[in-house]
Design a binder for this molecule. Structure first.
Ligand code: DC
Length: 235
């Protein structure tokens, strides 16, 4: 990596594997921005509405042209703005995740978001999380990580997360949605979910969050020898 080039770390994996938590942890550890590309697909799905994945190419292209993206905040607090408005927790609903997965099958959408993501990564060091960050969007990233875990374990974790947020999730329905999204994300024709050939693969099924955080930090140090954690400067 050239010393003036942004440092890019990619974190890919299926739904519910813990990417967001771990990406935020790394972004905080290194004090660099965090790019949640799933949130981009979700925000787009919510903005365009259900059924938009079946729109004609022309209608979809013209809707995409009117959208501006930017980041706000920094480190683990990095947020996403669509047309100047910060994206909120409404994108986290399970059905919005499924809409995002449908929309992610459209080439027009992937090309559009890929250009936005690469633009952000050319200006700023990033921990970029998603499905195709290492394999397609940032093929020259200095460190690529692919997280995986058994589907039942991912459904259990997602359930716990929702319970902690005050919801009463149906674990069987969650597991069903997760499997549907997995199948769709792994088998789509364009940019399917898969590890890049040079990705570090970490199976987190039997690991605690602390163990995974530790393992990822070790991978980062091996990928960028000499790097030192950058604690946030007091304002
Ligand atoms: O990471 P997430 O669960 O918030 O993502 C929601 C959906 O968005 C996911 O099921 C597929 C799609 N997505 C994608 O196709 N490519 C990405 N880089 C990120 C998300």
């Amino acid at each position: 990596m050239h010393k003036d080039q942004p440092m890019i770390i990619t974190l890919d994996g299926p739904a519910g594997v813990g990417k967001s938590t771990l990406a935020k942890d790394l972004a905080g550890y290194l004090n660099i921005a965090y790019l949640d590309t799933g949130a981009m697909f979700r925000a787009l799905a919510l903005h365009l509405g259900p059924g938009s994945w079946d729109w004609s190419e022309q209608r979809l292209q013209s809707a995409l042209r009117g959208i501006r993206w930017s980041l706000c905040g920094d480190g683990p607090e990095t947020g996403l703005e669509v047309n100047g408005v910060q994206v909120g927790p409404e994108i986290r609903a399970e059905d919005v995740g499924l809409w995002a997965s449908h929309l992610g099958q459209r080439q027009e959408v992937r090309s559009f978001l890929q250009a936005v993501q690469q633009g952000i990564g050319s200006r700023s060091s990033l921990v970029a999380e998603g499905r195709d960050m290492g394999s397609v969007v940032f093929p020259r990233a200095g460190c690529k990580i692919f997280l995986d875990a058994a589907p039942e374990e991912r459904a259990r974790r997602r359930c716990l997360q929702l319970q902690e947020a005050g919801h009463t999730p149906d674990q069987a329905a969650l597991a069903h949605d997760l499997r549907q999204r997995d199948q769709q994300d792994r088998t789509r024709a364009i940019a399917p979910l898969r590890p890049a050939d040079d990705a570090h693969i970490v199976d987190t099924t039997a690991l605690s969050l602390q163990d995974v955080e530790q393992r990822l930090r070790e991978i980062i140090h091996r990928s960028f020898p000499g790097i030192t954690p950058q604690p946030k400067q007091p304002e």
